[in-house]
Design a protein around this ligand. Structure first.
Ligand code: B16
Ligand code: MG
Length: 222
């Protein structure tokens, strides 16, 4: 760890935008179509997890067995429903406080990258008009190991040319916090204190947060 953070790597779903609700809707419809229900609490287990790994969890919750070919079909069905929802996203759906935080990072010369498990990240960035903030994009289209493996964040650091110890990850999912720790990075948990207790520091959201305040909290820990 260092007291000189040079780059911030942001998770997408649940940190910059609230697409978790669209994932939930699409997975719940899929579960219902197979004859079982899927609760919001169970949905927590899917956050930050890849599409196929999410499907495996869903099938285990419903105690349903499917062949590999059927699984591919189910994942495709869920994704097309999800895409039909995110296609309609607008810049208004960027979570409160995020834009001013990104602007402040830019002004301070701190590098910005995306570290998301989602294969749909490019479309979400485009629809919400925040793509221009990101110097590097590490997402589900270029990585092969899902969080909690650190690949997604290490790839972002490599693309930026910044050493992992000088990177600060922002994550809303337990698997993502573990991935950042495994990558030797500092991590800010965004959201629930109980779920994200392994993060270095935790913020509820970006409302009223300043970069200086977050870095001061972090540096205080070392
Ligand atoms: P897709 P993140 C993750 O995004 C979501 O949290 C997770 O629920 C989803 O299954 C995963 O992306 C894959 O998404 O099906 O769009 O490729 O939180 O890492 O930005
Ligand atoms: Mg997330």
């Amino acid at each position: 760890m260092t007291k000189n953070i040079k780059a911030c790597i942001f998770d997408l779903d649940g940190v910059l935008v609230d697409t978790a609700k669209y994932h939930y809707l699409a997975w719940r419809e899929l579960a219902n179509s197979m004859g079982f229900d899927f609760t919001e609490k169970q949905n927590e287990r899917l956050k930050g997890v890849s599409r196929m790994a999410s499907l495996e969890i869903l099938l285990s919750i419903g105690k349903v067995e499917k062949s590999d070919a059927e699984k591919l079909q189910l994942a495709a069905t869920k994704n097309s429903r999800y895409v039909s929802l995110i296609e309609k996203m607008t810049p208004d759906e960027v979570l409160p406080g995020v834009i001013s935080f990104l602007d402040e990072l830019k002004a301070k010369g701190i590098r910005i990258a995306l570290g998301s498990a989602s294969k749909n990240a490019p479309m979400i960035l485009e629809r919400t008009n925040i793509g221009h903030y990101f110097e590097a994009i590490s997402d589900g289209n270029i990585i092969s190991k899902a969080k909690p493996d650190p690949e997604v964040f290490l790839t972002a650091a490599t693309l930026l040319g910044v050493e992992p110890q000088a990177c600060l990850v922002f994550e809303d999912a337990e698997a993502g916090v573990e991935a950042a720790i495994a990558g030797g990075m500092s991590v800010v948990g965004v959201g629930d204190k109980l779920i994200l207790h392994r993060a270095d520091i935790i913020i509820e959201n970006f409302v009223g947060q300043s970069v200086d305040f977050v870095l001061a909290l972090l540096y205080d820990k070392y």
